[in-house]
Ligand binder design. Structure first.
Ligand SMILES: Cc1cc2nc3c(=O)[nH]c(=O)nc-3n(C[C@H](O)[C@H](O)[C@H](O)COP(=O)(O)O)c2cc1C
Length: 219
């Protein structure tokens, strides 16, 4: 018999870590936040952080309630940050009602967080088509088979849908009209680097007069 465990609430309150891996100074950071993001994402990939391309997406629907979920970044450039999803999903409906969103990467092994905010629009149909057709066949069938975010009676619905659409489209499923990309155009970025004694580095970039203004925030 194992001895009784202490109540979780007290032991979880004692979990804490000192962040000492790196620092982020004004002199060592890029003037352009996209360049800073590009550097940090490359470093996360090089460090073999698990799923370095996974980001939390926060939206707020017409009911004013925020909601979050994880999606994968599929492109970034001066136009913004792109991901792909079902336009009829909860996130898709919330973005249709309110196009402002926030993204967050947490690269825990590097003690780094990136936060990005801005307005979202749909990716052009031709670009969504190109990405859709680059996906593996089972993912393309899956986009048809899953009525994302809707209540279903059981897994059998998905299996039956996948079989049905697989037979219907064979090797050439077209992009579903309800599936495609979104792109967030950043007007605010924050780069957070954990530091010792909770004196973390936070550099925030905001657009002022069409230029990026870089400011340090208190941790
Ligand atoms: C690592 C990871 C990556 C994911 N990537 C995506 C994605 O790129 N697109 C997507 O629609 N859902 C993705 N999901 C599933 C979403 O987190 C979520 O369950 C789904 O999109 C439904 O969210 P919603 O009901 O808020 O719209 C991913 C989940 C995980 C854990």
């Amino acid at each position: 018999m194992s001895s009784p465990q202490p109540p979780l609430s007290s032991s979880i309150a004692d979990l804490r870590k000192s962040y000492e891996r790196a620092e982020l100074g004004e002199d060592a950071s890029h003037a352009d936040p996209l360049a800073q993001f590009d550097q940090w994402l490359r470093e996360a990939i090089a460090a073999q952080v698990p799923e370095p391309n996974a980001m939390t997406l926060a939206t707020v629907g017409a009911d004013q309630r925020p909601s979050t979920r994880v999606v994968l970044i599929k492109g970034y450039d001066e136009r913004g940050i792109a991901w792909y999803t079902n336009y009829d999903s909860r996130k898709g409906r919330e973005l249709a009602a309110n196009p402002f969103a926030a993204l967050q990467f947490h690269w825990i092994e590097l003690e780094r967080v990136v936060r990005i905010e801005g307005q979202v629009e749909k990716v052009d149909a031709s670009e969504s088509d190109a990405y859709f057709h680059s996906r593996p066949l089972d993912s393309r069938i899956g986009a048809w088979a899953s009525p994302q975010s809707q209540v279903i009676s059981g897994r059998g619905v998905l299996v039956a849908n996948a079989a049905k659409y697989g037979a219907q489209f064979l090797l050439q499923p077209p992009r579903p009209p309800h599936w495609g990309g979104f792109r967030l155009k950043p007007d605010r970025w924050e780069f957070w680097q954990g530091r010792k004694s909770r004196l973390h580095d936070r550099l925030r970039y905001r657009l002022g007069g069409g230029l990026w203004v870089r400011e340090r925030l208190a941790p």
